[in-house]
Design a protein. Sequence first.
Length: 114
Amino acid sequence: MHEFSIASNIVEILKEKFPSPSARIQKINLEVGKLSCLVPESLLFCFDVFRREPLIEKATLEIAHTDGKAFCKNCNCDVVITELYSLCPKCGAFGLEIERGEELKILSVEVDYV
Ligand SMILES: [Zn+2]
């Protein structure tokens, strides 16, 4: 499961960033592009598997599921797409150049120290 390794990765990154044993993350803001093929619900589910880590046991995961952006060479337009292999919504051409939407980013984290 792709989401499982992503969730594991996020937890590893957070543990590196907040090595103090008294750190407790309250909230994690994530940006997940719709073209990344990640399903936010599965990501939330996988994240729960790591709840035994004190660092994230109470953390809420806020996921912004963002649209993709692409450039169409056929009609010279920037277009918004929500699937990786979309046609240009304006002219119907194939071969859009993806500009954004494949990313997974930790936007910000709220942390308390107990
Ligand atoms: Zn087009």
